[in-house]
Design a protein around this ligand. Sequence first.
Ligand SMILES: Nc1ncnc2c1ncn2[C@@H]1O[C@H](COP(=O)(O)OP(=O)(O)O)[C@@H](O)[C@H]1O
Ligand SMILES: C=C(OP(=O)(O)O)C(=O)O
Ligand SMILES: [K+]
Ligand SMILES: [Mg+2]
Length: 568
Amino acid sequence: MSVSRLHLQLFTPPHTTFHHHHTNHLPSPTLSFPPRRFPIIRASSTSQIIASDSNGAGPGVPPDLGSIEVDAVTETELKENGFRSTRRTKLVCTVGPATCGFEQLEALAVGGMNVARINMCHGTREWHKTVIDRVRRLNHDKGFAVAIMMDTEGSEIHMGDLAGASSAKAEDGQIWTFSVRAFDSSLPLPQRTINVNYEGFAEDVKVGDELLVDGGMVRFEVIEKIGPDVKCLCTDPGLLLPRANLTFWRNGSLVRERNAMLPTISSKDWLDIDFGIAEGVDFIAISFVKSAEVITHLKSYIAARSRDSDISVIAKIESIDSLKNLEEIIQASDGAMVARGDLGAQIPLEQVPAAQQRIVQVCRQRNKPVIVASQLLESMIEYPTPTRAEVADVSEAVRQRADALMLSGESAMGQFPDKALTVLRSVSLRIEKWWREEKRYEATQLPSVGSYFSERISEEICNSAAKMANHLEVDALFVYTKTGHMASLLSRCRPDCPIFAFTTTPSVRRRLNLQWGLIPFRLSFSDDMESNLNKTFSLLKARNLIKSGDLVIAVSDMFQSIQVMNVP
Ligand SMILES: Nc1ncnc2c1ncn2[C@@H]1O[C@H](COP(=O)(O)OP(=O)(O)O)[C@@H](O)[C@H]1O
Ligand SMILES: C=C(OP(=O)(O)O)C(=O)O
Ligand SMILES: [K+]
Ligand SMILES: [Mg+2]
């Protein structure tokens, strides 16, 4: 065999960190540590590698073939299409009445759902628990690694439940009453009456204000206030849906009176968060985030409550304040969502695309996963094919290289959840392929994100490894990562080849599912890279996921090196 192996290695103390502000005063880490065990660049024959066994057993001992876990769908995709064409953009599906059954969830998982989202605005905690249990069972029984995201209700102003009706039609010229009264829930609501959840509503609105349902799907004008009741004239007819969001506008701008003082996390949200922690969800998405403090506060709450504090906090960017404080919020969070539904009700619609572009870019720079959400395929709630405009919108999010795309009503209550997922999948694949073929390297500058010198070394290693992978046209990047950090640094570079991320814990593996280009595997590994590589090669080869001769680049967070090699 004429395979060669290139090994670049940097030495820093594994557990010592230097604050980079101090690097002028401290000796360089490379100088203060023992001499290198290997030359910086080494070429060696791969035949040596096969001889040693991962568990320290001698040659000839069969490797533990059952000990690598990869998502069943990804495995099929890798086998059928080879690595290069796997999907890089991740898919989040909101689970609702249309998709909460076990078989329906399975169909979504088979269709490529990476993360299942439950929206605490709707349904009961028992209902959500059933969904969580089903996803867990699906993962356990069928070999998926679908992560669970719980989305809080937040203190938005919204309509009540329509007393059980699935919708109500508001016609042009009709007078409707929006009321903060506590109606008897066992009785039907009086005709053309809508309950509002925000107690200050009747005080805050003024005659002449415009009332927008779901950011303008239906419009009213406030014509009279009578105690707790607000009489409104319908000016743009449409369908009112249970718990639809309400905003009111005066002289062309959003009214933010006492409602702007509502807490980001309401008392009901805290109960939901406790529920999420108890259930061990993987992500908690926080609605209507206004500042970084609320995120920091929640993160310390989670760290104190949950055993391994391994729940990621996603900031939903959907308010004027969240755009104002965007950089700090994203810095404090573990990821963000471009929540275009409410965002489009708070800023003029024509500003939403630029806001999306900026949020995606800031997330990428700060190395945080970002989800583009809401109305991607809205027409598919009712129709089996998307509009051309929707396809163009999905393409744009993929072209911006967002980590993930999300379905809301399309999967929660639409008639074609699986078809909608197929559209996201095929459009993602096509645009990603087009990007690679056109060699559209972006000019995006990736600033350093770490504050410690050792973190900066990891970043430089990942940046270089990704660049080498592109230039050498390797088949895959391998990353051995306990916390997932090195994997995210590679993902941030958006390399041409997929990234096989090996991690030891199931929860890290599930969370990596949200990040662009990562194929997460669970594998127990040691601090010895030689044996990790041997073990991985034999396990993946045994499952026909890689073959002799494939060119890979490997990095790890235990050992600061870049290795280039052919699979033996
Ligand atoms: N758990 C649920 N139970 C009932 N309906 C749901 C549930 N989750 C979502 N839905 C339905 O799907 C629609 C779209 O979901 P989503 O976008 O998450 O919520 P919203 O419209 O409140 O922003 C909701 O308006 C609601 O009609
Ligand atoms: C995703 C969003 O939030 P929710 O569906 O909870 O309103 C949104 O507003 O776009
Ligand atoms: K929500
Ligand atoms: Mg929202």
